[in-house]
Design a protein around this ligand. Structure first.
Ligand SMILES: Nc1ncnc2c1ncn2[C@@H]1O[C@H](COP(=O)(O)OP(=O)(O)OP(=O)(O)O)[C@@H](O)[C@H]1O
Ligand SMILES: [Mg+2]
Length: 154
């Protein structure tokens, strides 16, 4: 396994936990996470309804150069919303996708990890997706507090 220098691993731990105490803080964290993302990248967001996945996506999209972050909403009637930042941003929500069969029929592989950054809400439904750049587990810790466990990949 390739070894990282001590300075690099201090700067960019593989796993860390962040506590966000407001939606603004969650967006700010998203902007920060965007700074380290390679292109192409796949980001998996896992967590219950209302845990902050779309809010975090808004921050990541902003960090990727989306001028109007208010445009970021979960795609509800389509599977994917596409935003233009400094690269294409694909915002996928798998909430309504039931089962592996349906997942295969939506053609996700057409753009997953292709030319831009793909952010997948309910990312756990992809099963054991190989090589995501970032996996974030979000948990509602009561009130406006959200606990985010962040695991960086390649
Ligand atoms: N610290 C926080 N971070 C993110 N959202 C927060 C926070 N505190 C409160 N909220 C509120 O929780 C809700 C989170 O909604 P959001 O759409 O981001 O969640 P979600 O995980 O995408 O939900 P869904 O599963 O329905 O797609 C919003 O109403 C937001 O204002
Ligand atoms: Mg959402």
């Amino acid at each position: 396994m390739k070894k990282r220098g001590a300075a690099a691993s201090r700067k960019r731990p593989e796993i860390c936990t962040e506590v966000c105490r407001s939606p603004r803080e969650t967006e700010r964290l998203g902007r920060r996470l965007a700074r380290d993302l390679p292109v192409p990248a796949v980001v998996l967001l896992c967590g219950a309804l209302g845990s902050g996945k779309t809010t975090l996506t808004r921050g990541i999209a902003q960090g990727l150069g989306l001028a109007n972050p208010d445009a970021v909403h979960s795609p509800s009637f389509t599977l994917v919303n596409i935003y233009r930042g400094r690269c294409p941003i694909y915002h996928v929500d798998l909430y309504r996708v039931a089962g592996r069969r349906e997942l295969e029929s939506v053609g996700l592989e057409d753009f997953l990890g292709r030319d831009g950054v793909t952010i997948v809400e309910w990312g756990e439904r992809l099963g054991d997706f190989e090589n995501p750049s970032l996996v974030v587990n979000l948990e509602d810790s009561g009130g406006e507090t959200r606990t985010l466990r962040i695991r960086r990949g390649r």
